[in-house]
Design a protein around this ligand. Structure first.
Ligand SMILES: [Zn+2]
Length: 179
């Protein structure tokens, strides 16, 4: 909840805080008592990524212009507030699969233990690479994050804003052949 003063009248507006404010909360001292229990929720003010699965896109310059969604920890229907501390920043897929719960710790634990988006993507990518006749072992000596980011930069287009693993595999093959 946030307020403003207009014409001498205090108006209380309700709505979610900005993504940047939520990201700042999750690396502040205020959140420390929960970050000790759920360290995966720690944010980096410079690097927007899903707090549950770690998904990010290289086209996101900052938190506010990311496609991350502001997810209530306690749903409005369960009495959850608009306070910054009642939000996580999640990718669409995690937001859709997140539990509707009236137990704050349950939601935080769920986000803490969500599998990494990039491990799942890496497994799918390995299958696509094999289909192209590229030994997925070539990926093992290369930083996964860096490789995916570089492949994303190389590939021309996306489907609905997300690159398919088959496209990514083509980009990786091109990247390997270009080395
Ligand atoms: Zn996610």
């Amino acid at each position: 909840m946030f307020g403003t003063c207009w014409g001498g009248v205090d108006i209380v507006m309700e709505g979610p805080p900005s993504r940047k404010r939520i990201a700042e909360y999750w690396c502040s001292e205020e959140a420390l008592h929960e970050l000790v229990m759920f360290p995966a929720l720690l944010t980096d003010p410079e690097e927007p990524e899903c707090q549950a699965c770690g998904y990010y896109a290289v086209s996101w310059p900052n938190w506010n212009s990311s496609k991350l969604e502001r997810a209530h920890i306690l749903a409005r229907s369960a009495g959850g507030s608009w306070d910054t501390s009642n939000f996580l920043l999640l990718c669409r897929s995690c937001h859709q699969e997140a539990p509707m719960t009236n137990d704050r710790n349950h939601m935080l634990q769920w986000a803490q233990t969500r599998p990494s988006h990039f491990s799942a993507e890496f497994d799918k990518l390995s299958i696509e690479l094999s289909a192209l006749g590229v030994d997925p072992e070539v990926l093992s000596g290369i930083g996964r994050h860096a490789l995916l980011a570089s492949a994303r930069r190389l590939a021309a287009g996306t489907h609905f804003g997300r690159m398919s693993c088959a496209t990514l595999a083509l980009a990786v093959r091109g990247w390997i052949e270009g080395v």
